[in-house]
Structure formats: structure tokens, C-alpha cells
Design a protein around this ligand. Structure first.
Ligand SMILES: [Zn+2]
Length: 374
């Protein structure tokens, strides 16, 4: 992982590089910050930089034999401790992080900004209860007492130390305070409140702040080829989390969307026969899906009103839905907007009261046709 693959965080990157260049590398450092802002990628990039054989002023070289192994998280002097549990995929009596390394390498390569939720999905944990256990602490002590294989520093990255149970944490206190020579601990936390104070007091804290929206937008634009305006609006909604930006970017379109869009087009185009055919089939859907469709429609119309009054930056939709709102929004004005919302609300109530859905949706379609002309 190169520093350049992480959006923003210039100050932190420079600070970390300075610690290496001035020989002030702390033996136990705790990176902490909210999910998705790059806490884990920064720790991995830092570890790679520390052991890079051809350090550049602002990043690792990315090409030396150390960097190539770090790229795959396969360097023999790079160790990980992770929140885990016995799963279908890794079924042993006492699991340790090493058992999960193949899965971890795949998960991190797919997304260095992964969340705990992503990891749990990856390792297929049923009850969502994962910990860093005392066996893990024992393993850490054993491993770090060995000599480094080939790098100057042995580095242990512990992802989410807040998942250590007290016995695991207590077992680590001594080695955290007095680690073997040329051994570094990089702890990566999203919630320092759940970490034992005795652990916190033995580490140097490094707070990672949310990423600037402009930096996220730039990465979306250049790495994912997202159009500038969409990148900007996703970055705005992401609140400084690159993971959240990815979620918004890959957001699956609501299944109601294509149906609603077609319905609005037919209403606007006054296509009575098409509307009649649609009502014929849609009236056979269950009440819950009819209600969900109407509620979805209400949401889209509201976003149209927001788009018209507050501009595109305040619309909480992305992708095709956002495109639709930006085009369709101009047919929703101050007069017909509130009336359309009232009609959809009324239809919703009638669905709940078991009204004849064929009559209901055909009447509603005719009202929409009238209202969209206004
Ligand atoms: Zn290198």
C-alpha cells in the first residue's frame, strides 16, 4: 500500500514519513479514527515505508523486493492480528489470525478501506461475535521474539484492538512496554473508548480525521472514472469516509426505480393504453409491494422538490436515480409538487385500507397525468 493510494490525509502522511526520516519511530503507535477514513491503509502504508529499501521523499518506492511483498501483505516480517472467530471457513478449536491470512490478503486487496462488517461477511461469521483472544496474544509474543527474517523491522499491525478481551490485552502489556529490538506495534482502532487504559497508556496516539470531501471526489473521479458532478455529490454525502463513498457509488438502485420511472414517463406522455396495461399487472402485486412502491415514489418526488429549491448538492440519491431527479425535477413545481405528494399519500392510505387496487392505481395514474401537465 502506497501513501498515494489513500485520498487526502497529507499532514498525517508527512508526519509519519518524518518519523522515519528523523529516526523517531515509536515502538507502539495507535492509529485511531472513524470507519472508512483510511486508518488501516495508513498503518499498512507506514509499515511498508519503514521497510522500503528505496524510500522516496513522499512515499515508498513500490518496486523494491520489500515493497513487492508488502503489496501482497506477504512479507515475512509483517504480521497481522485481527478480530476473528471460528467459522465454517476456518474451523479449528483455537483459531488465531494466521489461520485467516489467506482470506485477509484477499479482503484487503479487494478493499483496503474495508469495514469490520465487510470482514465479517468475508469470513462468514454467523453470530457476528469476533474477538482477539489470548491465544493470539501468545502467538504474537512468540512471533515477535524471533529474529526478523529479512527486514530491518518486524511489524505487527493489530486491526481493532478494541476487540481484545481483557486476558488477551493483559497478556500483551509487557511486550507492548518493552518490545524486542526492532519490533513495532501498529494498533488500528475505530473506538478507543473500549480499549483498556493500560494499553492506551503504552502507545503513542495518532488521531486520523475524516478525509476532505474534495479529496474523496478527486479519487472517485480519477480512480473510478466517476463524472465530476457525481463524484462531488457522493463525496458530500460520504462525510469524510472513503468506505461510505464506495457504498454510495456502488449503491444498488432500488428495485422500484425502473417501474416508477416508466410510470412517470407514461403519465407525462399521456399514454393511457400503456398505463392501463401497467395497472392490470401491478394491481396483482401484494399490498406490501404496492405500498413500498408508493413510498418510494414519495421519496423521489421529495428529492425533486429539494433539487429544485436547494440544488443538486443536497439530493440524497446517486447514479441513475440522481440523473432521473435532475431531469424529471423540472416537471415538479410549487403548485403540482405538493398535490402530487398528497395524491401519493392518499393512495398509500387506500392501499392500507384494502381499496380495489385496479381502480385505485388507474385513478392515480390519471391524476398524475393531469398534475404533470400543470
Ligand atoms: Zn520499496
Amino acid at each position: 500500500m502506497l501513501f498515494s493510494q489513500i485520498p487526502g490525509q497529507q499532514e498525517i502522511k508527512q508526519h509519519l514519513i518524518n518519523t522515519v526520516q528523523t529516526g523517531r519511530i515509536s515502538h507502539a503507535r495507535l492509529f485511531f479514527g472513524p470507519e472508512g477514513v483510511g486508518v488501516l491503509p495508513l498503518a499498512v502504508a507506514y509499515a511498508q515505508y519503514i521497510n522500503c529499501e528505496n524510500k522516496q521523499p513522499t512515499d515508498s518506492c513500490g518496486q523494491c523486493s520489500s515493497c513487492l511483498k508488502f503489496e501482497k501483505l506477504a512479507h515475512p516480517d509483517l504480521h497481522f492480528s485481527l478480530p476473528i472467530a471460528k467459522t465454517k471457513l476456518v474451523d479449528a478449536d483455537k483459531v488465531v489470525s494466521d489461520d485467516f491470512m489467506p482470506l485477509w490478503r484477499v479482503a484487503f486487496a479487494a478493499n483496503p478501506f474495508l469495514s469490520l462488517e465487510d470482514w465479517l461477511d468475508k469470513i462468514e461469521v454467523d453470530n457476528k461475535q469476533v474477538i482477539i483472544n489470548v491465544e493470539e496474544s501468545q502467538r504474537i509474543i512468540q512471533k515477535l521474539n524471533l529474529k526478523a527474517y529479512e527486514a530491518e523491522y518486524k511489524i505487527l499491525i493489530m486491526w481493532l484492538p478494541e476487540k481484545m478481551n481483557p486476558s488477551a490485552a493483559n497478556k500483551l502489556l509487557k511486550v507492548l512496554e518493552e518490545p524486542p529490538d526492532k519490533t513495532l506495534f501498529l494498533l488500528v482502532s475505530e473506538n478507543t473508548d473500549s480499549i483498556l487504559p493500560t494499553i492506551l497508556s503504552r502507545t503513542q496516539l495518532l488521531k486520523i480525521k475524516p478525509i476532505e470531501a474534495a479529496e474523496i471526489a478527486q479519487y472517485l473521479e480519477f480512480l473510478h472514472n466517476v463524472p465530476a458532478s457525481q463524484a462531488k455529490s457522493i463525496a458530500f454525502l460520504a462525510g469524510g469516509s472513503y468506505r461510505e463513498a464506495q457504498r454510495l457509488l456502488n449503491q444498488e438502485v432500488d428495485s422500484n426505480f425502473p417501474v416508477f420511472r416508466q410510470w412517470m414517463r407514461d403519465c407525462y406522455g399521456n399514454k393511457i393504453q400503456d398505463l392501463y396495461n401497467w395497472v392490470e399487472s401491478f394491481s396483482k402485486e401484494g399490498r406490501e409491494s404496492q405500498k413500498s412502491f408508493l413510498i418510494y415514489g414519495l421519496g423521489v418526488i421529495r428529492e425533486c422538490v429539494i433539487f429544485n429549491h436547494l440544488g443538486p448538492n443536497n439530493v440524497k440519491l446517486t447514479g441513475e436515480e440522481l440523473t432521473f431527479v435532475t431531469q424529471f425535477g423540472r416537471f415538479i413545481g410549487n403548485t403540482n409538487g405538493p398535490r402530487i405528494i398528497a395524491e401519493l399519500n392518499r393512495a398509500c392510505e387506500h392501499v392500507e385500507r384494502n381499496a380495489n387496487s385496479k381502480v385505485l392505481f388507474f385513478d392515480l395514474s390519471l391524476s398524475m397525468t393531469e398534475l404533470l401537465k400543470a
